[in-house]
Design a protein around this ligand. Structure first.
Ligand SMILES: C[S@@+](CC[C@H](N)C(=O)[O-])C[C@H]1O[C@@H](n2cnc3c(N)ncnc32)[C@H](O)[C@@H]1O
Length: 388
């Protein structure tokens, strides 16, 4: 069915379907898109395992950061947590459970899950209900539009969410910047190039002071930037926290480091470099452009508070001290398992350095730095201008 849909879309686009439209269709088609269908995608049997699926310590530590933010905001009677893209609901459950250990914070907590997939919505509701969470404390919404009117006072956060947004896939040619497009050939789908179209500008990189070498292929994350701009407008008071694998602009567009960009697919735990394979069955993802997100936020009046690696962030929140504490109550065998998982979250070659954390705020007292950034803050590196 996805093949028929793609053929139609390619035909309607005049034979050349811009890659970002292809990515939107295969991930988000209401019936046949990867995120919209019913099949296991998370956990060991799925396509990827995320930090909250690995250990409840991740949610526990995030809760400590949310409590600090709530305190700095003067402990308001209602504190909103908006989790974007909540997957199985595991993180929401861990946060809710940890919050119960802090009654005043728990009483203020109002939890909104922003989730596009009906399948994931039901999984989240089932998990929270079965764990005995009062469902009146949670609400679901489909898009940020539903939060526009009232705005948010608290935290809008996500883990492994922005990397799934459709990207413009581009390539530098001697005639200038070109966009990659999907075409139908006799033997199947293949790639072609087309002129750059709005919202992307042919001088996009020149305007950023970046020279892309001939032949370099990379991504521009227009859709993620649009999302961030809207989230920033919605935030009245508090912070936006984005956790994902990603890079600064200088790293992303470095001429020799990533000559083919970061776009890739995940299909049953296998990384697949051809994004045209398994349409609708494979997760497509690219590294998050953290400099873009920070700049887009600043354009909307947010202040960039901190940018660091997941390892520094979790250590700032006391993950190592928590391990010591656990060692007093857990068996040697259990501690070995916990330590191995924590190492995966912290190791430089693992998630520790590939994953970054960005915190942006509005009407938020950001000095001294919140605990997650207290050991390390690479904000200056994120916002440095004109490197390529
Ligand atoms: C890779 S999963 C991450 C799940 C979870 N945050 C975790 O760490 O386990 C991405 C989640 O974002 C949701 N999602 C993707 N694009 C979305 C969008 N545009 N709006 C809302 N939810 C979206 C997916 O349905 C899924 O629940």
């Amino acid at each position: 069915m996805m093949h028929t849909l793609l053929q139609q879309a390619i035909q309607e686009a005049g034979g050349l379907l811009p890659f970002h439209s292809y990515m939107r269709l295969v991930l988000y088609h209401p019936q046949y898109g990867y995120y919209m269908k019913q099949h296991p995608r998370l956990g060991r049997s799925g396509d990827f395992v995320t930090a909250p699926e690995m250990t409840s310590l991740f949610g526990e530590l995030l809760t400590l950061q949310w409590i600090e933010i709530w305190q700095r905001l003067g402990e308001p009677a209602t504190f909103e947590l908006v989790e974007a893209g909540a997957g199985s609901g595991r993180l929401a459950l861990d946060i809710y459970r940890t919050a119960q250990r802090f009654p005043a914070f728990a009483a203020a907590l109002s939890y909104t899950i922003l989730e596009i997939s009906p399948d994931f919505c039901s999984a989240q509701q089932k998990l929270l209900q079965q764990a005995g969470c009062p469902m009146t404390r949670f609400r679901w919404c489909n898009t940020l539009d539903e939060l526009e009117e009232k705005g948010v006072e608290g935290v809008i956060f996500s883990n492994e969410f922005l990397d799934a947004f459709p990207v413009h896939w581009v390539e530098m040619h001697s005639e200038g910047l070109r966009e990659l497009a999907v075409v139908q050939e006799e033997q199947g789908l293949s790639l072609a190039v087309m002129p750059v179209a709005a919202p992307l500008h042919p001088d996009h990189f020149m305007r950023l002071g970046i020279t892309l070498p001939l032949g370099m292929r990379t991504e521009v994350a227009c859709a993620a930037n649009v999302w961030m701009a809207q989230a920033a407008r919605i935030l009245r008071r508090g912070v936006i926290v984005s956790i994902d694998y990603g890079l600064t602009r200088a790293e992303y567009y470095h001429s020799t480091a990533l000559p083919q960009g970061t776009l890739t697919g995940f299909f049953r735990h296998q990384q697949i470099n051809n994004p045209l394979l398994h349409p609708g069955e494979m997760d497509l993802t690219s590294h998050v452009h953290f400099t873009d997100l920070a700049e887009v936020g600043e354009e909307q009046g947010l202040y960039t508070i901190g940018y660091t690696t997941q390892a520094w962030f979790l250590m700032g929140l006391g993950i190592l001290q928590r391990l010591e504490q656990l060692a007093r109550s857990q068996s040697v065998e259990r501690m070995q398992e916990i330590r191995q998982t924590v190492m995966r979250l912290l190791m430089p070659q693992g998630m520790g350095e590939r994953f970054k954390v960005l915190m942006q705020g509005r009407n938020f007292p950001h000095e001294p730095l919140p605990a997650g950034f207290s050991l390390h803050n690479a904000k200056q590196r994120l916002l440095q201008k004109n490197q390529g």
